[in-house]
Ligand binder design. Structure first.
Ligand SMILES: C[N+](C)(C)CCCC[C@H](N)C(=O)O
Ligand SMILES: O=C(O)CCC(=O)C(=O)O
Ligand SMILES: [Fe+2]
Length: 395
């Protein structure tokens, strides 16, 4: 939706714009000058700021302005500089007050990048999946794939050649692999080759990986290459959906899961007090209070030994809240069972979708896969969707 300017009032340190929606925005001159996107101030290709913000004098002021159509030009009292803005850009980036959230596209439930939260009943009717060749043959295929992962938190890839090489080629269509102490592209079995229960045959409850990292892996891909025995079935769970259920049912439990810092350590380490340590809560939110990351791993939770405001109250509350949280995750409404098989890859958002190896397995079992950084996944989603006019810079 485009907006028009009804009135402009030049003040001593800011300009007030009255919009067609009858609301007013205030833009400080320093802000406007700092956000000048002319080719001297802002690299036209790399979209990076060139000007030094701190060369702008404190008393920067617009001496005049010109409004023609959707172009609004300010003439500054410094270096004879002009800054041209698109009025829609100003409306969407208004900060005093923030107006973008009033935009239909953001509120519109069917907005292009809206997450589709799911439970088992819903996801079984529309399993996100795509064929290997569609991904490998075009950017359109990659775009379709990453959008399914973005919206549903996971996606199956069918008809993948049953080799680690083809599996690595596939995941690298999204981005480069995130190396960790487990290696880059992993090809593993139950031989404790790495000191972690993933390298055994035991059951591992629903979890996210890397809760001991300041930046847990964004995506994780599995390709089961071989399994001669039984068991080891995978389950998935949309933790964002469960968080919504918990918030509705028990705001106090939601609150403590959003605040209580969890010490973690990777297998083999112990919880050594190395300052600054980075314990994070289970439910992590962005500056707008939106849930953006769940960190949940019972195996890697370390000793709860952090200073708390009221440990007598908080420790029992932590156990009650996480017990209810775990019940929601493992409810047969929310825990989706899926048997991995050679030729089919599973990729999932490790900040949102929990995974498990639900039961102990027997026999020979060989799995390969890799991690991708969250930022590299998000960047891929953005860059593959730049052609969409209707995507507001809201990621
Ligand atoms: C690398 N590979 C995925 C095979 C195993 C990683 C083990 C992850 C660890 N248990 C955690 O939950 O973070
Ligand atoms: O072996 C599996 O099915 C998955 C084990 C696991 O959770 C992992 O490797 O992160
Ligand atoms: Fe895992």
């Amino acid at each position: 939706m485009s907006h028009s300017v009804k009135n402009i009032e030049i003040g001593s340190s800011l300009v007030t714009i009255l919009w067609d929606t009858k609301v007013e925005s205030k833009f400080h001159y320093i802000w406007l000058r700092d956000h000048c996107h002319c080719s001297e101030c802002y690299h036209p290709l790399t979209r990076q700021r060139l000007q030094n913000t701190y060369d702008i004098p404190d008393d920067i002021k617009a001496v005049s302005y010109e409004l023609s159509g959707d172009r609004l030009i300010f003439n500054w009292n410094h270096q004879d500089h002009k800054s041209e803005f698109n009025v829609n850009w100003l409306f969407l980036n208004s900060y005093c007050p923030v107006l973008i959230l009033q935009e239909d596209k953001i509120k519109n439930e069917s907005s292009y990048l809206k997450l589709e939260l799911w439970d088992v009943a819903k996801i079984e009717t529309e399993l996100p999946r795509i064929d290997y060749l569609e991904i490998m043959s075009s950017d359109e295929g990659i775009k379709k794939w990453v959008l399914k992962i973005w919206k549903y938190g996971f996606c199956l890839v069918d008809n993948v050649p049953e080799s680690p090489e083809c599996t690595q080629d596939l995941i690298e269509k999204i981005s480069f692999i995130r190396p960790t102490h487990y290696g880059g592209f992993w090809d593993f079995t139950s031989d404790l080759n790495v000191n972690d229960t993933a390298y055994t045959d035991i059951a591992i409850p629903l979890h996210t990986d890397g809760t001991y990292f300041t930046d847990p892996p964004g995506l994780q891909l599995f390709h089961l290459l071989k399994h001669t025995g039984t068991g080891g079935i995978t389950t998935l769970c949309d933790s964002f959906h469960c968080a919504k259920l918990l918030q509705l049912e028990n705001p106090e439990y939601y609150e403590i899961l959003s605040k209580f810092p969890i010490p973690t350590h990777s297998a083999g380490e112990e919880n050594v007090f190395i300052q600054p340590s980075y314990p994070r809560p289970i439910l992590n939110h962005n500056y707008m209070g939106e849930l953006i990351q769940v960190r949940w791993n019972i195996s890697d939770r370390s000793t709860l030994n952090l200073p708390l405001d009221d440990p007598e109250l908080q420790i029992p509350l932590f156990y009650k809240a996480t017990k209810r949280w775990n019940e929601l995750l493992e409810s047969n409404k929310n825990e989706f069972y899926h048997t991995l098989k050679p030729g089919q890859c599973l990729i999932f958002d490790n900040w949102r979708v929990l995974h498990s190896r639900r039961t102990k397995f027997t026999g020979q079992r060989r799995m390969c896969g890799a991690y991708i950084n969250r930022d590299d996944f998000t960047s891929r989603v953005k860059l593959l969707n730049l052609d969409r006019e209707d995507i507001l810079a809201t990621i």
